[in-house]
Design a protein around this ligand. Structure first.
Ligand SMILES: Cc1cc2nc3c(=O)[nH]c(=O)nc-3n(C[C@H](O)[C@H](O)[C@H](O)COP(=O)(O)OP(=O)(O)OC[C@H]3O[C@@H](n4cnc5c(N)ncnc54)[C@H](O)[C@@H]3O)c2cc1C
Ligand code: SF4
Ligand code: SF4
Ligand code: SF4
Length: 497
């Protein structure tokens, strides 16, 4: 998992400037709210006293750095993020990028977007056509009269839920220091009596403010990564299948996710895994903490109803090393929690993130309704659901397979999925999906060095068989095309204040 180095040493900064910046940082609303709620936070039991001070220290450091960064950019013309990084060489590049995005959200920096139109040749229904394509350029500039700018206060995430864009990942409820948030697959509730208005939930929420510019800049700065506008940063891409018969019996596609997780457990690389199994209601997903291979096999296969998996992260806190499986919005949430507010991840035990491809998910009630409306079946009769080659497919207990066009079931998908731009889990260590691979195989994208090394080891162990995704049909080209179309169709998020 990507982690940003916390900037404890402010090299090259004069002591007076540093003192002044630290003093101003201590007045930040988030720092103050966190500090003033110390007793309530310790009483809530999520963070120990030591962890409390560790988080507070990191919050002050990060805020101090932001004050210094904005001071240094005062009076400069609008600059691209990579230009700002070059300009502020005393600070780690990743820190500068995350600081600018946060300063924008705090109200100190403005984002100027320039749109340019160019003509490109595209293949549409087999025919080459010249079409218009828009390109967006993002520059950032410190606002004038900086001293008079009123810092934005971050609302609790009820604002995200009330705006209809919460994806129910559950991350905010794991983060909240005083346990004020309850998230289920369909609901979110913030207890105003308990909430101490620290805005940490808003800060880490994948649907509050965008980190797309930060992500693409940080990725492009790393010259060892390949970068695809539609599929994000990656190291290698494969089509792969498991060689293990037990996994073949429980898998959705290539059984790659279960193979990776089995390898992590049996090689003592992690102590537990956050995955998803059927609850007592078949096909209603339930996040679980898995410690054994036997339990792991119960999680194989895709449940198309959404699971608020990140609610359970706090419950896995006592495991030293964990891996998390989830859909792209969850991968983004976890990544955002490593960037903001402090660059210090709240749960340092998350060692690997395995992201699934995801075009959309459904509420459990809609999955039941869809099965009735489109197939005249009860959900308990189903042994498998799948989306493949533009079709929604179900398998029944009697061995029968039924399919309808995917577009026929799209109205059953969750509305908030229409605000999602990520098909291939851009923010994961390893991403796995079916698009691009033939039946019985999965497409695999390794993105971080950790993820790439792990998957290479698994290939070497013989647990999976692979080919290069670029060398098979439909392969990477299809995955990139569909990922690109998801980005284009994605609706912009507007929070209703
Ligand atoms: C809601 C959803 C939508 C998807 N849409 C697409 C798509 O449009 N295109 C595409 O190529 N692939 C999609 N996938 C991914 C695909 O269905 C497979 O999960 C993927 O190819 C991995 O297959 P596998 O055989 O390696 O996984 P397996 O070895 O069978 O393991 C599956 C893993 O998925 C986890 N899981 C199951 N359901 C959920 C859930 N609801 N939330 C979080 N984790 C879950 C389980 O814990 C398990 O670890 C989707 C997955 C989900 C959950
Ligand atoms: S963190 Fe996740 S669950 Fe919480 S408000 Fe944001 S999207 Fe919703
Ligand atoms: S609900 Fe959000 S703002 Fe309120 S205490 Fe929890 S994390 Fe802080
Ligand atoms: S489409 Fe996006 S928001 Fe919806 S479940 Fe998938 S990753 Fe989450």
């Amino acid at each position: 998992m990507v982690q940003i180095a916390n900037n404890n040493l402010f090299e090259g900064i004069a002591p007076k400037e540093l003192m002044d910046a630290t003093y101003r940082a201590s007045e930040n609303f988030q720092v103050r709210a966190f500090f003033e709620a110390k007793d309530d936070i310790i009483k809530a039991g999520k963070y120990s006293e030591n962890e409390f001070y560790e988080i507070l220290d990191a919050l002050i450091d990060a805020e101090t750095e932001r004050k210094l960064v904005s001071d240094l950019l005062k009076g400069k013309k609008p600059l691209f993020l990579y230009e700002i990084v070059e300009h502020l060489k005393n600070f780690p590049a990743k820190n500068v990028v995350r600081d600018i995005i946060y300063l924008k959200e705090q109200g100190y920096i403005k984002e100027l977007i320039e749109v340019k139109t160019k003509m490109v040749i595209k293949k549409i229904k087999g025919e080459e056509k010249e079409v218009e394509e828009k390109e967006y350029f993002y520059r950032y500039q410190v606002k004038e009269l900086l001293d008079n700018v009123i810092e934005h206060y971050f609302e609790p995430v009820s604002i995200v839920f009330n705006s209809g864009v919460c994806c129910h990942c559950g991350w905010c409820s794991s983060i909240c220091p005083v346990n004020a948030i309850n998230v289920s697959a369909d609901t979110l509730d913030v207890d105003d009596e308990i909430c101490m208005k620290c805005g940490l939930c808003y800060t880490v929420c994948p649907r509050s403010f965008s980190i797309d510019q930060a992500y693409s800049t940080i990725s492009k700065l790393n010259k060892t990564l390949n970068f695809s506008e539609s599929m994000g940063a990656y190291i290698n891409t494969y089509t792969a299948t498991t060689t293990k018969e037990e996994i073949k019996k429980v898998r959705q596609d290539g059984g790659i996710v279960t193979s990776i997780l089995e390898y992590l457990l049996t090689h003592n690389i992690v102590d537990a895994i956050i995955a998803v199994q059927h609850s007592k209601d078949l096909w209603r997903p339930e996040p679980v903490i898995v410690e054994s291979v036997k339990e792991l096999y119960k999680t194989g296969g895709t449940k198309y109803a959404n699971s608020p998996s990140l609610t359970i992260i706090e419950k896995a806190k006592n495991f030293e090393r964990i891996a998390v499986v989830g859909v792209p919005c969850m991968m983004k949430a976890l990544f955002k929690g490593t960037l903001f507010p402090s660059g210090l991840p709240f749960f340092k035990n998350i060692k690997y993130t395995i992201g699934l491809f995801c075009m959309e998910s459904f509420s459990y009630d809609n999955i039941i309704q869809l099965t009735k409306d489109k197939f005249s079946q009860e959900i308990t009769n189903l042994t498998k659901m799948n989306i493949d080659s533009g079709k929604f497919i179900i398998n029944l207990k009697n061995g029968e397979e039924m399919a309808v066009e995917l577009k026929e079931v799209q109205s059953y998908a969750r509305d908030n999925c229409h605000y999602c731009e990520d098909l291939t889990s851009d923010y994961a260590d390893i991403s796995v999906g079916s698009i691009g691979s033939k039946a019985g195989y999965s497409s695999v994208i390794t993105r971080s060095i950790n993820g790439d090394e792990l998957f290479s080891e698994i290939i070497e162990s013989g647990l999976v068989e692979v080919q290069n995704l670029k060398e098979v049909k439909p392969g990477q080209a299809l995955a990139e095309r569909i990922a690109g179309s998801k980005r284009t169709k994605c609706k912009p998020i507007e929070l209703r204040k």
